[in-house]
Ligand binder design. Structure first.
Ligand code: ARG
Length: 574
């Protein structure tokens, strides 16, 4: 076993040994990476078995240890404290395993034996509005989840649930007709266009009436109306694509499955819920009251599937969406990367879909929630004028700040400087967003995210570039090099490098990119300790220079692959 996840391998062996001791089926997370020095992995299973077996945990741990067959990779496990089993990898095995990473493009990360087909709903901005900071998190987190899941070997279908349908389009189309703009640029200022339409709607009764009639025309498929609507969608999509390109996000117009896409499916959703006896009329609206959802007063909460006026809303569209993806596209998993305030909406949609049979036993649906981006004042981030911050402004600003961070070096051409500034600026924004637990809010701070030290992408990018420059200086073919672990700092680095599969696995399984960030940061820190203590270019002793160069190379590969799974690039020179 040279590749894969060592904690899982140890856990597998534990399970085997355990069969002789008890028929208890242990949970999967049996063996964990240990932070204790001298201990590489640790297991606390014996403690939870104490009661069940009526024996002191230390005795159980010793029993398991006696039956455990790990001699090929670890020293005999030690019983510690109240009944921990501590594992220390054999250095010779660790060296061999690290050496084997050389030439493996996956750096030991296994491909899943159970691939799933995963639909990921992310970004999902609204037509005729510019993307603002509120769309940053869904876009960046969703993209990382797509990359991680694909890398694990799953089939991933991204889809962009554009808000491109509903009542605002009546007023937007009427406004477009009134303005009769000649070129496509008339609506380039999407926000201004939306604001003007809104203002007219609120003050001009005639316009408001026309807008309402226009919605009816749109929904009944009137051709002229549809072509005007298409123009709004196209113009907005052009803007979204620009932002995605700048951010390095893979979403294209082919991934757009806007709300309008599901419009033809809505009537059947309501009919089938009716037939299944799941609907009730409440206040003239068709509702479903899924079990277990109550408001503060204790009254059952409705999911409104058809409004009193016969129109369909956000919830109906999400029911149709889920049904489309499980029934037509046969996905096994559905992930929705949407802010935490919509948690209840999704929980209710899932409950109704389960009741309707659109979400079955074999399916997994999960709302991947996230907190807000806050300004330095700790409140939702806004411009000085109190408006939401345009995402494109934010990205441009990031790149110009990044240009100031880059060392003023004459040997970087203006083109390279520009490329590097983009990698640093965009990387900083993404990493700041990904490196904290996604459920929490975070404060947006240029200083913090562009700092050259601490858990930032800039630190990691610099660490990587420094390693690349050492490797370039050595200019050595490392194909046959072997890792030697004579120094404790070398061992610590090798251990960190072989833990990459665990970090990627944890980030992928829990949809928690910050676990990968933490790992990459810790690995870069371990590398810098190694680099301080172990001369690389001037190493002495047979094979030591090659070994250290290989450790450096593997560190650079780990940082590069790890950051790429987060959508962050690593320039060779900064
Ligand atoms: N457009 C929505 C918004 O801006 C997000 C859509 C999320 N996806 C979904 N299937 N509801 O809030």
């Amino acid at each position: 076993m040279l590749f894969g996840d060592v904690s899982e391998e140890l856990a597998r062996r534990m399970v085997k040994a355990l069969r002789d001791v008890t028929d208890f089926e242990p949970p999967s997370a049996l063996v964990r990476v240990s932070a204790q020095s001298g201990v590489d992995y640790q297991c606390d299973l014996a403690m939870s078995l104490g009661k069940r077996l009526g024996k002191p945990p230390r005795e159980i741990a010793a029993d398991i240890a006696a039956r455990l067959d790990v001699a090929d990779l670890a020293e005999p496990p030690e019983v510690a404290g109240p009944g921990f089993l501590n594992f220390t990898l054999r250095s010779s095995w660790l060296a061999e395993r690290t050496t084997a990473l050389n030439g493996d493009p996956r750096l030991g990360v296994p491909v899943t034996p159970r691939p799933r087909r995963i639909a990921v709903d992310y970004s999902s901005p609204n037509v005729a509005k510019e993307m603002h900071v509120g769309h940053l998190r869904s876009t960046v987190i969703g993209d990382a989840i797509v990359r991680l899941s694909r890398f694990a070997g799953h089939e991933v279908v991204p889809h962009n649930h554009l808000g491109d349908w509903g009542t605002p389009f009546g007023m937007l189309i009427e406004h477009l007709l009134d303005e009769r703009p000649s070129g496509p640029y008339a609506i380039r200022d999407l926000n201004g266009f939306y604001r003007a339409a809104r203002a007219k709607f609120d003050t001009d009764d005639g316009f408001a009436t026309r807008s309402r009639e226009r919605v009816v025309l749109l929904q009944s498929g009137d051709e002229e109306t549809l072509s005007l609507w298409q123009r709004l969608v196209d113009e907005s999509t052009r803007h979204f694509t620009q932002v995605y390109d700048l951010l390095g996000i893979g979403l294209t117009s082919e991934d757009v499955y806007g709300e309008s896409f599901y419009n033809p499916l809505l009537a059947a959703v309501v009919d089938d819920l009716d037939t299944a006896g799941l609907t009730e009329i409440s206040d003239g609206a068709v509702c479903v009251f899924p079990d277990g959802f109550r408001n503060r007063e204790g009254d059952p909460l409705p999911l409104i599937v058809r409004k009193r006026d016969g129109g369909y809303g956000y919830a109906a569209t999400d029911l149709a969406t889920l049904r489309y993806w499980t029934e037509q596209r046969e996905v096994t998993d559905l992930l929705y990367v949407v802010g935490t305030p919509q948690a209840q909406h999704f929980a209710m949609v899932f409950a109704v879909c389960r009741a309707a049979g659109w979400l079955r036993e074999e399916h997994r649906a999960e709302h991947i929630g996230f907190g807000s981006v806050l300004g330095e004042d700790g409140r939702a981030m806004k411009t000085r004028a109190g408006e939401s911050v345009r995402l494109s402004d934010l990205l441009t600003e990031a790149i110009s700040h990044a240009a100031e961070v880059i060392d003023d070096r004459a040997d970087l051409s203006p083109e390279i400087r520009e490329e590097v500034a983009e990698a640093i600026g965009i990387g900083a924004i993404k990493y700041a967003d990904l490196s904290g637990d996604r459920e929490r809010d975070y404060v947006f701070s240029w200083d913090r995210m562009l700092a050259k030290s601490g858990n930032t992408s800039v630190y990691l990018q610099y660490a990587n570039a420094r390693i690349r420059s050492v490797l370039a200086k050595a200019d050595q073919d490392l194909a046959g090099a072997r890792v030697l672990l004579g120094h404790s700092a070398e061992r610590a680095l090798a251990l960190a490098l072989t833990r990459f599969p665990e970090a990627v696995g944890a980030a992928t399984a829990g949809h928690l990119p910050h676990k990968l960030c933490t790992y990459l940061y810790e690995t870069a820190v371990v590398f810098s300790r190694f680099y301080e203590q172990c001369p690389v270019l001037d190493a002495e002793g047979p094979g030591v220079r090659d070994s250290r160069l290989l450790l450096a190379e593997l560190t650079s590969k780990t940082l590069t692959l790890g950051l790429s799974l987060l959508g962050i690039s690593t320039p060779a020179r900064l």
